[in-house]
Design a protein around this ligand. Structure first.
Ligand SMILES: [Zn+2]
Length: 161
């Protein structure tokens, strides 16, 4: 009995916790970056401040579902689908720096989506980075703390490792 409970617990850990925490990459290619605003109830994203022009890379591989400008304060932005209803979104990117298009397959850590900028309502160069459960901004979708997904990355600043 005990043993079967333990087996179920192990199976649950593998089925639930592992996929949620499975390796997502720090999304900016510059170690001179820091989190200028964390995730909280009035800001369901992390802001990563770094130099303007720094390449932005996807946290995981996936397919671009939106690339362009929106009047939602985010300015120029890229949204990526990672499958299983998980999406990531990258905002305030530099104008004309978007390097991908809807339908393009992008590779974790490798494909340059765009460059850090301050388009939209940004007051300085930073990446506003969101992770969504469900298609971004669709009804029933919600944002989760991106930090829970970032657990690796060549460019992850030393202080976060
Ligand atoms: Zn922000």
């Amino acid at each position: 009995m005990r043993r079967s409970i333990r087996a179920i617990a192990v199976a649950l850990v593998i089925a639930i916790i592992l996929p949620a925490a499975a390796l997502a990459h720090w999304p900016v290619a510059n170690r001179y970056a820091y989190i200028s605003q964390s995730y909280w109830s009035k800001h369901r994203a992390v802001d990563i401040a770094t130099y303007k022009g720094t390449p932005i890379v996807p946290m995981r591989s996936g397919k671009v579902v939106f690339a362009g400008h929106k009047r939602n304060c985010g300015g120029y932005q890229v949204w990526v689908s990672h499958g299983n209803g998980l999406y990531s979104a990258y905002y305030h990117v530099k104008r004309r720096s978007i390097n991908v298009w809807r339908g393009k397959y992008v590779k974790r850590q490798t494909t340059r989506l765009a460059r850090v900028g301050e388009s939209g309502c940004a007051t300085g160069p930073h990446l506003h980075f969101e992770v969504w459960r469900g298609f971004p901004w669709a009804s029933g979708s919600y944002r989760v703390n991106p930090w829970k997904y970032i657990d690796s990355g060549y460019w992850l600043p030393y202080r976060y490792r």
